[in-house]
Design a protein around this ligand. Structure first.
Ligand SMILES: Nc1nc2c(ncn2[C@@H]2O[C@H](COP(=O)(O)OP(=O)(O)O)[C@@H](O)[C@H]2O)c(=O)[nH]1
Ligand SMILES: [Mg+2]
Length: 288
């Protein structure tokens, strides 16, 4: 149920129950600091007015707008070199799907090039069964080249090779889809750090973007993942997926507030077009 619906049901015909309001805000995953501020703002107003649902919605909007930027920063193109985008995250969050969606977005989006942008994919999830084939299906549909290795290949070596190939072929954007197993996290972080170190040998600025894919419907888990990946890899932003499902999604506000990491793109379904650059207005409308 959407946050707004549940609030209207709870507060439409009776005075605000502060505990219930606090609970709904927490349930929407907005995080404790923001929830506390919203409640404080409203309680300060109560002295001079009778609060209604409209006041609640307005306070939530204002607080979110204070934290989130209005629009996301687009992917920048590295001058005359391939822009390397590393896609990371735990299993099942939507990395492979988002890699394909982002590739498509970059293909069709007008950027300051005089020709259609050239995109290439690298299947650097060499760990999970069928991961390479899954990305290969997308690559074929999108008509883009994909660099692949055997299962068990070192992802750092694969990304290195892919970046060399992309440079040689004058590719604009190289997207590397990585593995996301959960149970051996330390190994995963070490493996991804090695990918970054190895790429930096080819271009000190690479990877130009390191985007964490989080499933927005998983709330606090997404925040924990953002903390861990950011401290290991210094992320440049988030892709928040599955915003179509739960009527949640407040977690991107909590992540922005705690870690200063912006949501660059949102995923709202399983098809290639269920994807868009983050926009604050649309996001708040959907949340409420
Ligand atoms: N509803 C919904 N499903 C998504 C979204 N993004 C990915 N998925 C689905 O989530 C599942 C896992 O996605 P996948 O890309 O394989 O995740 P990975 O393990 O991180 O690579 C697949 O069934 C996707 O179709 C989204 O934005 N909305
Ligand atoms: Mg995958």
């Amino acid at each position: 149920m959407k946050f707004l619906q549940s609030l209207v049901q709870q507060f439409a015909s009776k005075p605000i129950d502060w505990e219930e309001l606090e609970e709904s805000l927490i349930r929407a995953d907005l995080g404790v600091p923001m929830t506390t501020r919203i409640i404080k703002t409203l309680q300060e107003r109560e002295a001079w007015s009778v609060l209604g649902i409209g006041d609640v919605i307005k306070a939530v909007r204002e607080e979110i707008a204070r934290i989130l930027p209005a629009d996301s920063t687009p992917i920048r193109s590295a001058n005359g070199k391939p822009t390397l985008i590393l896609i990371v995250g735990v299993n099942g969050t939507g990395k492979t799907t988002s890699t394909a969606k982002l590739a498509h977005h970059l293909q069709v989006r007008a950027i300051d090039l005089n020709r259609p942008p050239q995109v290439m994919l690298a299947a650097a999830d060499t760990f999970r069964a069928a991961a390479i084939e899954q990305l290969a299906i997308w690559a074929e549909r999108l008509g883009v080249e994909m660099i692949r290795g055997q299962y068990g290949t070192d992802p750092a070596a694969l990304c290195y090779e892919a970046y060399q190939a992309a440079t040689k072929r004058e590719i604009d954007f190289l997207l590397c889809d990585t593995a996301g197993r959960q149970h051996t996290k330390t190994n995963l972080m070490a493996e991804l750090q090695k990918v970054k170190r190895t790429l930096a040998k080819l271009d000190p600025a690479a990877p130009h973007e390191t985007l964490l894919v989080v499933d927005a419907s998983t709330g606090g888990n997404a925040l924990t993942q953002a903390r861990e990946f950011h401290s290991a890899l210094t992320l440049t932003g988030l892709i928040a997926t599955k915003l179509d499902g739960s009527g949640k999604g407040g977690i991107v506000v909590a992540i922005q507030e705690e870690l200063g990491l912006s949501t660059r793109f949102v995923g709202t379904g399983e098809t290639i077009d269920d994807f868009a650059p983050f926009n604050r207005g649309t996001y708040i409308d959907n949340l409420l």
